[in-house]
Ligand binder design. Structure first.
Ligand SMILES: Cc1ncc(COP(=O)(O)O)c(C=O)c1O
Length: 410
């Protein structure tokens, strides 16, 4: 079993270790929930302070011109692009993930007018399932949404499938799907591919260009650390720009918003996917968060992420053998940046750990979920977290009756 001294030695030679200083972390706490809400960075704070105290306070409405507020959705998109393997001009930051999925689904369905089926994953995030059903039911032709077992995708594909929408890293199990293989399979059936990158962006290297992805969207508040409710981003492959229509057009996606024309004429490029006024404070927070990513690469982050999750799985299996079902795949090519442990008392386990300073989360019905973010986590944090997990399990602290009632957010 790996000792704490070995972990400390790994930290001492870790080239990413200095990045931990960029974050405002609670002293003595081990934060394994950056896959739900990333922590605040000093850079995010300083950019938001600048908006509040200078840009907004002093520049007032002039900020739209003088501080280039209008350009932020595409400027930030260009900074997210390298994280997903996209080109400049293919990513825009706006809205929230569910809303961007609605826009992309609605637009995509019109590109395959002769096809009547949409495929998604029955294990997909519930919001994705709600929105795909809602958008499909309002399409200009009758459509059927099939939420399938994703393992059966090849058999379910046919020449009637217009669109396939999948989440690339499963929010519960942490399983990572084959971006390129699945996109090719879908294209071979003549359908379009839309990926949800909520648990992928900033967590695993992505190559939308190489995989020939049509459309994708992801969160700003998880691994990107943009802040609670941070705006999301959409990727529209450049070959679809000008072809894919935004079904929720608004003035700021117009080619000439300040001509106040009565007819909608979409702006060129991904700007057409902006509907409304950008939320400048939120965008500046995300902008600060992205500064940290510009000091490293997804290759470096991935190597450390795999080392951290490998270490966590090995330690769990040696410190509390046979107690949990490790549902996250062992194969690196099938693993995101989180580890999910199944246990019948999962909620109590997570709450007892939070009380002891290790923050993870619970996903119904029985998953303890731990996210590993190489930007600020140390190998010793992984070691200490498993020691606390062992204490919780050996003492049965998770059975405390305080944990029988679930809080609204789990
Ligand atoms: C996989 C997945 N898709 C979609 C969403 C919804 O994101 P939003 O609240 O930005 O709409 C989440 C949120 O956690 C998610 O995990």
């Amino acid at each position: 079993m790996t000792t704490r001294a070995v972990c400390a030695a790994l930290d001492a030679t870790d080239s990413l270790a200095p990045l931990r200083e960029e974050f405002n972390l609670n002293e003595g706490e081990i934060y394994l929930d950056g896959n739900s809400l990333g922590p605040v960075s000093h850079s995010a704070v300083s950019r938001v302070n600048d908006v509040m105290n200078r840009q907004w306070a002093k520049d007032l409405v002039r900020g739209w011109n003088d501080d280039s507020w209008m350009a932020l959705p595409t400027q930030l998109g260009d900074r997210i692009a390298p994280l997903i393997g996209a080109m400049p001009g293919e990513v825009v930051v706006a809205d929230t993930l569910t809303i961007l999925l609605a826009k992309l689904i609605g637009g995509a369905l019109e590109l395959r007018p002769d096809r009547r089926v949409v495929l998604t994953d029955v294990a997909n995030f519930h919001s994705d399932l709600y929105i795909v059903d809602a958008v499909a039911s309002r399409a200009t032709r009758p459509l059927t949404v099939r939420a399938i077992d994703r393992g059966a995708l090849a058999e379910e594909l046919s020449d009637d499938v217009a669109l396939v929408m999948l989440t690339q890293v499963d929010y519960r199990t942490g399983e990572m799907l084959d971006l390129s293989g699945i996109t090719t399979l879908v294209h071979d059936a003549g359908a379009l591919m839309l990926w949800d990158f909520a648990h992928s962006t900033g967590a695993v290297p992505l190559d939308v260009e190489g995989a020939n992805v049509d459309f994708a969207a992801g969160c700003g508040y998880k691994y990107l650390n943009g802040g609670p409710g941070a705006p999301a981003f959409a990727y529209v492959r450049r070959t679809w720009q000008g072809v894919l229509k935004n079904p929720l057009p608004g003035w700021l996606g117009h080619a000439r918003p300040f001509d106040f024309e009565l007819t909608y004429d979409p702006a060129a490029g991904v700007q057409a996917f902006v509907t409304s006024s950008p939320s400048i404070i939120a965008l500046e927070s995300l902008s600060g968060a992205l500064d940290v990513f510009e000091r490293t690469s997804m290759k470096e982050l991935r190597a450390k992420s795999l080392a951290l999750t490998d270490l966590f799985i090995d330690l769990v299996e040696s410190r509390v053998p046979g107690v949990f079902d490790v549902v996250t795949p062992r194969e690196h090519e099938r693993r995101g940046s989180q580890v999910a442990l199944r246990h019948v008392e999962a909620y109590g386990v997570v709450q007892a750990m939070i009380e002891r300073g290790v923050v993870g989360d619970f996903r119904a019905p029985d998953i303890c979920r731990f996210g590993f973010t190489p930007l600020y986590l140390r190998y010793v944090d992984v070691f200490d977290a498993v020691e606390i997990l062992a204490q919780v399990m050996n003492s049965e602290a998770f059975l405390d009756e305080r944990f029988t009632t679930r809080k609204p957010v789990t």
